[in-house]
Design a protein around this ligand. Structure first.
Ligand code: AMP
Length: 393
């Protein structure tokens, strides 16, 4: 059984919380602080319950000493102080006297943030390779460990798996709990019919998801760049559209085995190149050899919405076109618009899909937007996440 933060008596305990503060930073400024905001419920709960709160997170990839300045978590500590309305002590080291002293001086309801856990990667990748001594050391700094970083739950690192393996009292924070509850419900006991929407660039990234879910879902609607390998497998002209030759056979096999379940675009928007923003409408059977498919067309949107409107649960991973270009975001937008006002469970996973839903203005209209791209894909593939499994004591 995996415990939740609310299962523990936190009073006067040193509570280590692994957060996901991997925020985008430009010229020393945080450009999107959503991840910080999303961590507040768990941190506030720990503080309200009298804990001494010790926060860990990674930020970017640290490959050299020079990376350290731009990947310091100091800016996050400032932002957190603002949102928590209390001073967050920043510890500019990841181990040693400075860390130990700061923690031993903590009082109830104090909060500190330890420097970027990936600074330890300069030390033989100690964080990313889950160095045994490092996990043990970090665990020795606290009494209870709470994992609230879903985005790294599919990785076995010292700051999640390492710490959790060395403490008895471990559990999840509110953010991870919400992710697990939502995915578990749709993967084990969905309100049927259930449809899966897959898009994005590559078939190869989604093979595991297709194989795991094809027996569980009623429909798989495929758009985006990945649709073109399927269309090629059906014999259509796809011009310069994105193609993964090595996966044509897989697509053929799926189309033969599940002809009624897999739905492909029947029309699309073509462009001369990925950087062009002038689109031309074409039905799939009239595609041109010198153009590429960049969005699904209106008839496909209509077809997809007919199926989706008859579904009670919708799982979505991958945009249906190059949504970053406003001229090619229509398909993704129209499908979203067509499903959000209905009384449905809609779970959106994957970094780009989440970005599409948020940037197109539908954040509050879906049931759940997953904060973890890789982790949510692995859950859809039916895999166990090491950062979660280790919490099951
Ligand atoms: P993924 O990370 O696999 O979900 O892929 C997301 C990316 O797929 C986004 O950056 C989209 O711009 C891209 N994408 C969506 N549709 C297409 C398309 N038809 N051709 C090329 N790239 C696409």
């Amino acid at each position: 059984m995996i415990k939740k933060i609310s299962d523990f008596n936190l009073d006067n305990k040193k509570v280590l919380i692994r957060c996901d503060f991997n925020v985008p930073i430009k010229e020393g400024k945080i450009t999107d602080d959503n991840r910080i905001k999303e961590s507040l419920d768990t941190i506030n709960y720990a503080l309200d319950n009298g804990a001494k709160v010790i926060l860990f997170s990674h930020l970017g990839r640290v490959k050299s000493e020079e990376d350290k300045e731009k990947l310091s978590l100091r800016v996050v500590a400032d932002k957190l102080s603002f949102y928590l309305n209390t001073k967050v002590g920043f510890i500019s080291e990841t181990r040693g006297n400075k860390v130990e002293e700061a923690i031993s001086n903590m009082k109830k309801r104090d909060v500190v943030l330890i420097e970027n856990t990936r600074f330890e990667d300069l030390n033989n990748k100690a964080e990313s390779k889950n160095d045994e001594m490092l996990g043990k050391y970090w665990a020795s700094l606290g009494d209870i460990f709470i994992n609230d970083a879903f985005g790294t739950a599919h990785r076995s690192h010292a700051s999640n798996v390492g710490i959790a393996s060395n403490l008895e009292d471990v559990g999840v924070g509110f953010l991870v709990e919400k992710e697990l509850v939502n995915f578990e419900k749709v993967l084990t006991d969905p309100d049927k019919p259930i449809s899966l929407i897959l898009g994005g660039a590559k078939v190869s990234d989604k093979i595991g998801v297709i194989e795991n879910l094809v027996h569980k879902v009623d429909n798989i609607l495929i758009g985006g760049g990945m649709a073109y390998t399927f269309l090629k497998a059906k014999g259509y002209e796809i011009g310069n559209s994105i193609l993964e030759e090595d996966y044509i056979e897989f697509c053929k096999e799926m189309l033969v085995k599940y002809p009624d379940k897999i739905k492909l675009p029947i029309d699309n928007i073509l462009a001369k190149s990925i950087d062009d923003d002038l689109g031309f409408y074409s039905t799939i059977d009239a595609n041109k050899e010198d153009m590429m498919g960049v969005d699904i067309g209106d008839e496909t949107v209509k077809n997809f919405l007919e199926i989706l409107n008859n579904s009670n649960t919708i799982l979505w991973n991958g945009p249906l076109g190059i949504f970053e270009h406003s001229s090619f975001s229509k398909g993704t937008k129209e499908v979203l618009r067509g499903i959000v006002n209905e009384d449905k469970t809609i779970i959106v996973g994957g970094g780009d899909t989440a970005a599409a839903v948020i940037s197109l203005g539908f954040k509050d209209a879906v049931t759940h937007i997953s904060t973890g791209g890789g982790a949510s894909l692995e859950l859809l593939e039916g895999k166990e996440l090491p950062g979660i499994k280790v919490l099951d004591k």
